[in-house]
Design a protein. Structure first.
Length: 345
């Protein structure tokens, strides 16, 4: 039957109290249900004008494919799962990353589902759930570890995924990462250019890969620019802001207080500023600070802080593209990207 003939198929009016279906679109366009289905799948034998008409009506009525039906027919869920710790910093990571992922998925058949877990539970649990239940076609994970068991498991199962951050386990896998080594190095350089020599670093948790990268850049910067490190190992970016503030104040009141401070996050920088000022010291006079941030809040609140931006929205876009490409069978070696610190002042 030709496409023209199919347009003559009589389709009964759909029920007005049900969700839009292929039958709804067929009734409104005068096309056959098979033609509508193939138009939405971008079938090559359906004309461009027909496809555009079907898509326009589908958008107008709010049509979405029934996931259960899609899964029965194809074995796919059309879902990408973003697995996030409940402790992730909402302002710093989750919101812009979700926006970035959603920007890419908007033009595809995929939908984003956030799968949360507590840092106090086994981080393998949500990955096992997706793998064992087939709840998604691909996974994005963050807080990547050097020897990450989640990566090992998904590689073993040959399951499409992408990581926010790299591993150091001899496995080639899709990732997007921020160059934290360059951040650590550039932060030291900027402080030394302002005459600072005693530098303190608020670093990521030691078990995460980006701790190793940031620390390596920090230590290389100290060597290259002739500065020294002031120990600050009682807290890290996973501690509460109150704990960071208290630890900073104690160091600033000590005999060997730093004159330069580096923060691995914007939230941590706020706590450090509070600690500096609680100790009676003044930012940009007694102490200079360089901080990583993902938005402009810190610049608005404390323009004295030197900031380098990490673009989490970009990370979301790159990870979504990598996972979809992996689902489609693209080579892993093509799906690894790195972004760099963006100076803001």
């Amino acid at each position: 039957m030709t496409e023209t003939a199919k347009t003559r198929t009589v389709v009964a009016a759909p029920s007005t109290d049900s969700r839009p279906t292929l039958k709804t679109i067929a009734f409104m366009t005068g096309l056959g249900i098979t033609t509508v289905s193939r138009a939405l799948k971008n079938a090559p034998d359906i004309g461009a004008e027909t496809k555009e008409r079907v898509r326009l009506v589908a958008a107008q009525v709010g049509y979405h494919p029934n996931r259960a039906g899609v899964r029965l027919r194809t074995g796919k869920t059309n879902v990408i799962s973003l697995i996030l710790s409940l402790e992730e910093e909402i302002i710093g990571l989750t919101s812009p990353m979700v926006v970035g992922i959603s920007e890419i998925l908007a033009s595809t058949q995929y939908h984003l589902v956030i799968t949360p877990y507590s840092a106090r539970s086994d981080p393998l649990d949500p990955v096992r759930y997706v793998l064992d239940t087939g709840a998604a076609d691909g996974v994005i994970i963050s807080r990547t570890e050097p020897k990450d068991p989640r990566v090992a498991l998904m590689m073993e199962r040959n399951f499409p995924f992408g990581t926010h951050g790299r591993t150091e386990m001899g496995l080639t896998h899709p990732y997007h990462d921020f160059d934290n080594e360059r951040f650590g190095y550039d932060a030291v350089r900027r402080l030394v250019e302002r005459g600072r020599r005693r530098i303190m670093l608020l670093h990521p948790p030691p078990y995460l890969t980006y701790h190793l990268h940031m620390r390596a850049g920090f230590e290389r910067g100290l060597r290259d620019f002739g500065a020294i490190a002031v120990p600050f190992n009682n807290v890290d970016l996973d501690n509460s802001l109150a704990d960071i503030r208290e630890a900073c104040e104690a160091v600033m009141r000590g005999p060997d207080a730093p004159d330069g401070v580096i923060s691995g996050s914007g939230g941590g920088a706020v706590a450090l500023v509070a600690g500096i000022e609680a100790a009676g010291r003044k930012l940009a006079r007694d102490v200079d600070m360089v901080s990583k941030q993902s938005n402009d809040f810190l610049n608005w609140l404390r323009p004295e802080v030197i900031t380098l931006r990490e673009d989490f929205r970009l990370a979301g876009r790159e990870l979504a593209k990598a996972v979809i490409a992996r689902i489609e069978g693209r080579s892993i070696g093509e799906l690894q990207t790195l972004s760099f610190p963006i100076p803001q002042n």
